[in-house]
Write a protein that binds this ligand. Structure first.
Ligand SMILES: Nc1ncnc2c1ncn2[C@@H]1O[C@H](COP(=O)(O)OP(=O)(O)OP(=O)(O)O)[C@@H](O)[C@H]1O
Ligand SMILES: [Mg+2]
Length: 503
């Protein structure tokens, strides 16, 4: 049993007391008693009872029916009428106030108990229903889709705010109109009229057709305009399995399409930027690698001109210098080809390479530069070390870049010594090449940054040497690292996988 707080409105004081005792026995609490309509309305407002037992005939101007109407309108408190006479006219007037029950006087306690319980249950279930309706209204108001409910004849019953905005109709104007008048759908491409989607559902009963794409024409818009929408429609079926209406839900695809288009464009832009960056890096790489042979060509061509300007030029000497020019020009061509291959991430011309011999050859290429920079070169090159299968030109560029960086790190005239040491050592399955210098060294924080393309601390540096070097090593399946040297300078070291036995 539900225990309730009850207000008694009864002009017969003896009856009122009697009811009060009965209610207390049932476990209810009587929060107030009145014999007069106006006072009853006031007490209902101040005590907010769960139920009012209301006599129809009362003292004063206002009868019980009028008092019940006011209480219902302002508070939604359930009212049970108590009456000694129930002619049709009175019952009809009382019914308009939607009472929760009648008790015909004189009544017995069990009767009263039943009517009160029924009234309290009904009120609780009405409150639950109202709550669920509020939830449902709040949901419909906050979703981004348009929602239109239709009756079984396909006329509009309800539409949410989004549906109002998209169709150009207010819910009030649309109420009772055929759906096809309010929701005008045409074919997305051909602009031909489409059948009202809910009519299809109503005709076919519980069957829900698959979603469809259409163009919704808001009120007063020409057939060429409209919003592209996705429509979904289902039937509403009652407890007895009968069709009581349909619900049409539609979402605006314009925004979704705009987002998809923006995403596609952003991806294309990104790919374009990626290509530009790659081309920029490629151009920088070509400039970087060709610079060294070009400088050598210019120097040798100068020497050659000097020889030729002698009264009796020595053809033998001149020939040697011209041969060097030819060699450097060929090397520049090879370098360009190898960079192109590097950009495509394939070794240009794979073959068997003896790393110790390659280091010696590379040092020979820059002997003049090393002498000019007053660098003392030490080598510890393991003879007969295992051979690497790879691109000779690329591997030579790698060693050359490390040597040139070492020379540049020791450019400071204040340095007490300029020592470059290169070691090759074969290990189980690997060959290790170390390039050590006694230069300015690398700050711990920069150890990763120096390998990034275009990172440089030199006024005329391109910042490409190490990035190209790392690409070359990785393409050959190896690793290139930098560590601080002892007591000063830096150590660059790479390992490459080797093929047992060489060629
Ligand atoms: N042996 C080294 N000792 C000290 N710092 C070094 C050494 N090698 C490289 N670095 C640092 O790493 C940076 C990047 O080297 P990287 O070879 O990639 O470019 P760069 O030498 O500056 O220019 P370039 O593209 O002309 O070679 C250098 O600017 C320098 O700061
Ligand atoms: Mg460099």
């Amino acid at each position: 049993m539900i225990a309730a707080r009850i207000l008694i409105v009864e002009d017969d004081r003896i009856v009122a007391r009697d009811i009060q005792h009965q209610l207390s026995r049932m476990g209810h609490v009587v929060v107030g008693m009145s014999a007069n309509g106006e006072e009853a309305v006031r007490l209902a407002g101040s005590h907010r009872p769960d139920l009012v037992l209301m006599d129809i005939r009362l003292e004063g101007e206002m009868d019980g029916i009028e008092a019940a109407r006011r209480i219902r309108d302002s508070q939604r408190i359930p009212v049970v009428f108590l009456t000694a006479y129930a002619n049709d006219e009175v019952v009809q007037r009382a019914s308009l106030t939607e009472p929760f029950g009648y008790l015909l006087k004189p009544f017995e306690e069990p009767q009263m108990r039943t009517v009160i319980q029924m009234a309290l249950y009904k009120h609780a279930s009405d409150a639950r229903l109202r709550m669920s309706e509020r939830r449902y209204a709040a949901t419909l108001a906050s979703i981004r889709d348009g929602v239109i409910l239709c009756d079984p004849q396909g006329r509009v019953d309800f539409m949410n705010r989004v549906a109002e905005t998209m169709t150009g109709w207010t819910a009030m104007e649309a109420a009772g109109q055929p759906l096809a008048t309010v929701f005008v759908a045409v074919d997305e491409e051909t602009h031909e009229s489409l059948e009202d989607f809910s009519a299809l559902v109503l005709r076919s009963g519980a069957f829900a057709p698959p979603d469809r794409l259409s163009r919704l024409l808001p009120r007063g818009e020409p057939a060429s305009a409209g919003i592209v929408v996705e429509e979904r429609c289902s039937a509403i079926i009652d407890d007895r399995g009968e069709l009581v209406g349909s619900i049409l839900v539609f979402s605006d695809l314009t925004q979704r399409r705009q987002i998809a288009e923006a995403l596609r464009k952003a991806q294309a832009d990104l790919a374009h930027i990626g290509r530009l960056t790659m081309m920029g890096e490629l151009a920088a790489a070509v400039a970087h690698e060709v610079n060294q042979p070009l400088m050598a060509i210019v120097t040798n061509a100068g020497t050659c001109l000097q020889h030729l300007s002698q009264p009796h030029p020595d053809p033998g000497k001149t020939r040697v210098v011209v041969e060097r020019i030819v060699r450097d020009a060929q090397r520049a061509g090879d370098v360009v080809r190898s960079i192109h291959a590097l950009a495509r991430r394939t070794p240009a011309d794979p073959g068997w390479v003896d790393m110790s011999a390659l280091v010696a050859d590379t040092l020979a290429l820059v002997r003049a530069e090393l002498r000019r920079a007053r660098v003392v070169v030490e080598t510890d090159l393991q003879a007969g070390s295992p051979w690497v299968h790879g691109d000779r030109v690329q591997l030579q560029q790698l060693v050359l870049n490390l040597v040139m960086n070492a020379v540049e790190a020791m450019a400071d005239p204040e340095l007490p010594e300029r020592r470059l040491r290169i070691v090759t050592a074969g290990e189980e399955g690997w060959i290790r090449v170390r390039v050590e210098d006694s230069g300015v060294g690398i700050a711990d924080a920069d150890v990763d940054a120096i390998f990034r393309a275009l990172y440089t601390t030199k006024p005329d540096g391109l910042g490409m040497g190490l990035s190209i070097g790392r690409s070359i090593v990785e393409l050959h399946g190896g690793r290139l690292t930098a560590t601080p040297g002892t007591p000063c300078g830096s150590v660059f070291e790479f390992v490459l996988p080797v093929s047992a036995g060489g060629v």
